[in-house]
Every structure is written in C-alpha cells, then in structure tokens.
Ligand binder design. Structure first.
Ligand SMILES: [Zn+2]
Length: 90
C-alpha cells in the first residue's frame, strides 16, 4: 500500500513554506523548521516541493529578464557591427 505524501511547497531561495495551497500563502520559516520539514525522519509523509515563493519568484524572473535584456543588447550591438563592417566593405 502506498501512502500519499503531503507535498509541501518550499521556496528554494528563502526557505519559506507554503502553508495554504489554495490561497497561495507563504510563511517564512526559520532554518530549524525548514530542516525538520526537509528531514529524513519526516520524509515518509512529507515531501518538500521546491520552487519560488512570490517575492523570490519575482526577483528571480527580474534577474532572468535582466540577463535576457543584456543578451539582446549585445546581439543588437553585434548585428550593428556586422552591418557596419559590410557597409565599409562595399
Ligand atoms: Zn522565497
């Protein structure tokens, strides 16, 4: 017989734990509570599902966007250089 695990959402950045799935409520947990929830002892009935809590998610997405924008800037710059080169060659 397989037991149904309690899947608990946990933030991989700040270690907040989602205490209400329906309302998407996250509560910051201290390091101790996080360790207990993540421990082998409770592993049989609790599974932490790592993701991002809303504030950390926003920060991570902002960071990703920054990197993407930088890359796009760089690509635009390189493209401009190529066009310039071609114009000079003609
Ligand atoms: Zn977080």
């Amino acid at each position: 017989m397989t037991e149904l695990k309690n899947i608990v959402g946990a933030c991989c950045v700040c270690h907040s734990i989602r205490t209400n799935n329906e309302k998407n409520i996250w509560e910051s947990s201290d390091e101790e509570a996080y360790k207990i929830a993540n421990s082998e002892a409770l592993g049989d009935w609790i599974a932490l599902s790592h993701g991002y809590c809303p504030p950390c998610g926003e920060a991570v997405f902002a960071e990703i966007k920054k990197v993407k924008d930088k890359r796009r800037e760089r690509q635009t710059y390189e493209l401009r250089e190529k066009i310039d080169e071609r114009n000079h060659a003609e």
